[in-house]
Design a protein around this ligand. Structure first.
Ligand code: 4AD
Ligand code: MG
Length: 462
């Protein structure tokens, strides 16, 4: 028996040997004497060509070989006579695993719109574009683990179900087994969560940070990499209700150490993609975004700008623009402002720090000015915010004061506060939005197209 080889390996193999390939038919062409099948198995963007001597094979079987059908082929790997490939397989045996009715198969040869492909998310990974995106997504996930492992960070598994609101933004999905048609109530009419599965109110996590901090304050340097959930009604090309986030958290890091890590990590990941995903990137550069590869090199080759929120507001005020959302100190920056700073003013990725306390989460380290906190946002071209993080408030009284001011239920966070009593240290961390990274690295324009099965308001198919 010959061992099955993947198309990626076959295309790099020496001609002359007998081979076995399995995959899906991308296209079929030819005449009554010879047929050419382009076979793809997902291992690479390239197809391998199968040459079929038509009269040798059963006519009915050959008719079943249509676009989308899955087949098995054995034959000799030979140097290709045609253009566009180095080797091809001269078929000796062909078997059809699954037929595919050409009338009904939604993936036709013509290009489909991204919107249409979203409706067939069960089949879209078979297109060149989604194959490329998903392979790059895999490579980035692998590179993230490699980066941290090589630097002594531990992968900490933080919970998906939590009883606290890590961002204090109230955008959480409830987790409950209560009978929604007959919810138990307390005497005052409020829901009695003591009867719920966990005996308390729980939700899907918006961030692994708070538990990540517990890890950093014992293991030193940790990272999380998992799904996070936000029930915000944001129908934009940059927001998902379920997205993946990478959250490193480091003891003894101040805000500058945090920025160094953010810049080094993102550059490493982009370099990794350039070095390891070149075929897929070249395809995307050709078909999706002509400036893609140049932009990726630009990031790895240039320093990120480091400045403060306050400086950024001054720049935006002087920009002489009519903004959709007005700029003034104390308001959060919107995508239009972030993109102006990155794409037009600095023309480089920008790291902004020292945001007004009022627009940032409770856990950020308070500056001595009493007005700003040591928050950090990393802004990228085309994307806007790709990373959000901060140095953390390590002083018990200040942290508790902020929690009280914001009316956050202290009983949900007693364990978090305790770390500031028992050997508290300066520490920092950030969250890198995985899909925003993939958007940037692939040149795709909608976040729904860089995750296999997107969850957005009103949509949870597949
Ligand atoms: O800025 P965010 O909300 O920060 C946190 O959650 C912190 N707890 C992270 C930390 O310090 N450990 O989110 C971090 C990043 C954003 O910069 C963005 O890239 C991504 O997560 N993000 C989203 N990505 C897709 N869809 C959404 N709805 C997102 N919300 C945030
Ligand atoms: Mg943020």
């Amino acid at each position: 028996m010959i061992k099955r080889e993947k198309v990626k390996e076959l295309l790099l193999s020496e001609p002359g040997q007998e081979v076995l390939a399995k995959g899906w038919v991308r296209t079929k062409r030819g005449n009554k004497n010879v047929m050419f099948i382009a076979l793809n198995d997902g291992s690479t963007i390239s197809n391998i060509q199968i040459v079929v001597d038509v009269p040798v094979f059963d006519e009915d079987m050959l008719k079943e070989i249509t676009t989308g059908a899955s087949i098995r082929v054995t034959g000799k790997l030979v140097k290709s006579q045609g253009q566009g490939q180095s080797v091809e397989i001269v078929a000796r045996e062909l078997e059809v695993y699954g037929t595919c009715d050409p009338e009904k198969y939604p993936l036709q040869k013509k290009g489909h719109s991204m919107e249409f492909l979203r409706e067939i998310a069960h089949l879209r990974p078979r297109t060149n574009t989604f194959g490329a995106v998903l392979r790059i997504r895999h490579a980035m996930a692998f590179a993230i683990h490699k980066y941290f492992n090589d630097r002594g960070f531990y992968y900490l598994h933080t919970p998906i179900v939590t009883g606290s609101d890590a961002e204090g933004a109230g955008e959480m999905f409830r987790v409950t087994t209560l009978d929604l048609d007959n919810v138990p109530k307390k005497a005052d009419g409020s829901i009695d969560y003591s009867e719920d599965f966990f005996g308390k109110e729980t939700n899907l996590t918006v961030s692994g940070q708070l538990e990540g901090e517990l890890g950093a304050l014992s293991l030193g340097e940790i990272y999380t990499f998992g799904p996070t959930f936000r029930a915000e009604n944001s129908n934009t090309p940059r927001h998902l209700a379920e997205f993946w986030m990478i959250e490193p958290e480091m003891a003894f890091y101040d805000i500058n150490d945090n920025m160094d890590l953010a810049e080094d990590l993102t550059k490493f990941l982009i370099r990794y993609a350039l070095d390891n995903c070149s075929e897929d990137l070249e395809f995307l550069n050709r078909m999706i975004d002509k400036g893609l590869i140049e932009r990726l090199h630009f990031i790895t080759d240039n320093d990120f700008v480091r400045t403060t929120y306050t400086e950024a507001v001054k720049i935006l005020e002087k920009a002489g623009r009519k903004w959709e959302f007005p700029v003034s100190w104390g308001n959060d920056l919107k995508a239009e402002h972030e993109r102006y700073l990155v794409e037009e003013h600095f023309k480089r990725p920008v790291m902004l720090t020292d945001y007004p306390m009022g627009i940032k989460a409770f856990y950020m380290k308070q500056n001595d000015d009493g007005k700003t906190v040591r928050g950090l946002d990393v802004l990228f071209p085309r994307i806007g915010e790709i990373i959000g993080g901060s140095q953390r408030e390590e002083i018990y009284e200040k942290l508790e004061g902020r929690i009280k001011e914001l009316g956050i239920p202290e009983e949900d966070l007693w364990w978090y506060l305790e770390t500031r009593k028992f050997g508290s240290v300066p520490h920092s961390g950030f969250g890198l939005g995985f899909e925003r990274l993939i958007l940037f690295v692939t040149g795709m324009s909608n976040i729904r197209d860089v995750i296999p099965f997107p969850r957005t308001p009103g949509s949870a198919e597949f």
